[in-house]
Structure formats: C-alpha cells, structure tokens
Design a protein around this ligand. Structure first.
Ligand SMILES: Nc1ncnc2c1ncn2[C@@H]1O[C@H](COP(=O)(O)OP(=O)(O)O)[C@@H](O)[C@H]1O
Ligand SMILES: [Mg+2]
Length: 259
C-alpha cells in the first residue's frame, strides 16, 4: 500500500450516545485504499457501535463519516452501501436455509448482476462448494465463518467491516481465515476494518491499528510503533498483547486504572 493511497473511510469526531451514556466519544481515524486497519479495544470500548454507525444502522449523534469520499447521509447511503459489506461471528445466516440458498437471497438483495457466477466464485474462494447443500444450522463454527465471509464478499465490496469475524474459532480456522483475508486484500485491493481480541490475528493482517477505550482513541500506529510507544523504545518485534493490556488499564486521562 502506498502512502499516497486515498482514504476509503474517514471517521471524524464520531459521537454516539445511548441516553446519558456516551458509547463513542469523538473517535477519529481513516482507512486508506487497500489497507487493513486493526480496530482494538476492551469489551464495551465502543468498537461495534462505531461499526454500526459506519454501516448507518445506528444513527450518530455527532461527527462525520465519509465513505469513498462521500458523506454518509440518508440520501446517498444506498449507493455507498452497494460497495460495502460486513461480517461478524455474532450474526449468523438464517439457520433454516442451505448455504447456496442464503447466498442466492443475499445476492438478490445486493443486486449482484451475474448471480450464479459470483456465487460459484465465492464458494470456490472459501472452499465451500461441496457443502453448498448443507443447512447453516448443521455447519461447524469454522464452516459458518466461511459462509459468513462468502456472504460478505458477494457484492465485491471495496470496504469490508469485520467485527470479530472469527471470535471463538480454533487456531486452524483462524489461520485459514487470515490467509484468505490477506489473499482478498492482495487480489482485490479491498480496504478492511478488522476487529478482534486475538492479537496474533491482528499482527498478521493489520498494517496499522487504532486502539479505543471508553469511546475514545487511546493510540494509533503500526503494531511495532505502538509497541515502542507503550512498552519499549528499542522493541524489534510487535507485542500487541502487552500493548493491549497496558492501554486497557490506562484511564482516558492517561492514568493507570486499578483492575
Ligand atoms: N443499543 C444500546 N443501548 C444501550 N447501550 C448500548 C447499546 N449498544 C451498545 N451499548 C453500550 O455501549 C458501549 C459500547 O458497546 P460496543 O460498541 O458494543 O463495545 P465493543 O464492541 O467495543 O465491545 C457498551 O457499554 C454497551 O453496553
Ligand atoms: Mg463489539
């Protein structure tokens, strides 16, 4: 990825409140074309809420979201979302449908043109061709992750939001998933916002990382820069796990929190 690459997603001073509680408190970051940005933070930090605002499924209370250089307003949301997709282990496809039925439904919803061809392509890519007649309810965790990714790639998105796509998957599934995501990024130049609590996963895929807590950005940079900034100036290798622990224990003002 070149430094001159243009931003695909720009989030500026994003604010989201639920009643009196401010879940997202002025978050800003951007993703350049072809970049995978790790989006990290403890449970409740405001990551999913941020993603929901980017998807426009939750209405923001302040700030600006630009996707493909366009403001995400209700007027152009449909046009923008045609090139965006989302995947999370938290949401599964309809249990009573077979994989290929699900893909057909979503392809129709997305207005995919060459439906049959595209379904074959994503099934092939995710190595799910042989399982196409299986019901979602009968799939293993790993197979379900791949089916979710199939759905998320159907519309050939330019921006992919992955909110813990491989949560509670075994290391083999995660390893395969990562290889695949890297391949998609390389072949199609997709920009990806990638949330995970598995720091190894993030170190494998993300060029840069944004760390949030209490709805605010606490730090951002490459995994190695963050390691040097938070742990050890001379570090040679990234250690996001320790960085995560350090940053999670800091309050927003920079003081250490008691457990
Ligand atoms: N619909 C909602 N109503 C009230 N509070 C919410 C809602 N969604 C999220 N929250 C709260 O906002 C905070 C951030 O949640 P979330 O964005 O899901 O965090 P993360 O994804 O980083 O774990 C949490 O304290 C959560 O309880
Ligand atoms: Mg979340």
């Amino acid at each position: 990825m070149k430094n001159s690459a243009k931003p695909i997603l720009e989030v500026k001073n994003l604010v989201k409140k639920f009643g009196d509680f401010t879940a997202v408190d002025g978050i800003s970051f951007e993703i350049k074309e072809g970049e995978i940005l790790g989006f990290l933070g403890p449970n409740g930090a405001g990551k999913s809420t941020t993603i929901n605002c980017i998807l426009g499924v939750v209405e923001k209370d302040g700030g600006e979201i630009k996707i493909f250089d366009k403001n995400l307003s209700s007027a152009n949301r449909t046009q923008i979302m045609a090139d965006v997709n989302y995947c999370s282990a938290e949401y599964t496809l309809p249990w009573n449908l077979k994989i290929e039925e699900c893909l057909l439904v979503y392809a129709k919803l997305y207005g995919v043109k060459d439906v049959k061809k595209r379904i074959e392509e994503v099934l092939d890519l995710l190595e799910l061709g042989d399982l196409r007649k299986k019901f979602i309810r009968d799939l293993s965790f790993g197979q379900r992750t791949r089916a979710n990714l199939c759905k998320a790639l159907l519309n050939r998105p330019r921006l992919l939001l992955l909110d813990e796509p491989m949560a509670s998957m075994d290391p083999d599934v995660v390893d395969r998933g990562i290889k695949l995501i890297k391949k998609i990024q390389k072949d199609d130049g997709i920009s990806i916002l990638y949330t995970s609590h598995n720091m190894w996963e993030i170190e494998q895929v993300a060029g840069n990382v944004v760390f949030v807590n209490h709805g605010k950005v606490m730090a951002q940079g490459s995994p190695l820069d963050l390691t040097r900034q938070e742990l050890e100036l001379e570090a040679k290798e990234p250690n996001l796990r320790e960085v995560f622990i350090q940053l999670s224990r800091k309050s927003v003002s920079g003081e250490e929190n008691e457990g």
